[in-house]
Design a protein around this ligand. Structure first.
Ligand code: CMX
Ligand code: CO
Length: 141
């Protein structure tokens, strides 16, 4: 598979926030963004709210506790951009391609994300200091 066929779209831009309801209210008020989903993903230690941005999402992330990845990120770096999610056709294929390219992967096998998605993270050191999430849409939307 060629590299250009891999990335379908930006699935989401994820922002770590300290106060989820205040941030949701700010996005609604300032950008008129509509909340389309809210979910606790225990596996990732987060509660997330998705706001619609065309065919993509803004993913507001709030940690389930201080020892989670997002909890530690907030303590160390404060609020801000946490990762970018790229939509791919097949997360297995994307993992294999990233691995073949010598990239440092956080997940070598797909995990379960919100909305029934299948996801895998690529370490920020692989792509210019930005944490990347590969996202394959679930069959149930
Ligand atoms: N973006 C960019 N760089 C980051 C980062 C982030 N989100 N989080 C940490 N880093 C950097 C740190 O600045 C640090 O860099 P230096 O070594 O240059 O100082 C380095 O990575 C290590 O930082 P750390 O605080 O020790 O963090 P860890 O190594 O413990 O964890 C990471 C970093 C990326 C491996 C971890 O956050 C991870 O496994 N992430 C994937 C899972 C995840 O993020 N889940 C939450 C979201 C779930 C969802 O989207 O559904
Ligand atoms: Co994400």
């Amino acid at each position: 598979m060629s590299a250009e066929a891999l990335l379908q779209a930006i699935d989401h831009v994820a922002i770590a926030v300290k106060n989820l309801s205040a941030s949701v209210a700010a996005y609604q008020k300032l950008l008129g963004a509509e909340v389309v989903h809210e979910e606790v993903v225990e596996d990732q230690g987060v509660r997330e709210v998705l706001l619609k941005a065309g065919g993509s999402f803004i993913q507001l992330l709030h940690p389930l506790g201080p020892e989670t990845t997002v909890g530690k990120f907030l303590a160390k770096r404060g609020e801000g951009l946490h990762h970018v999610g790229y939509r791919v056709r097949s997360v297995e294929q994307a993992i294999a391609q990233a691995k073949a390219a010598g990239m440092r992967l956080i997940d070598e096998a797909p995990r379960r994300g919100s909305r029934g998605t299948r996801i895998a993270f690529v370490h920020p050191s692989a792509l210019g200091g930005t944490l990347i999430e590969l996202v394959e849409e679930g069959t149930h939307g």
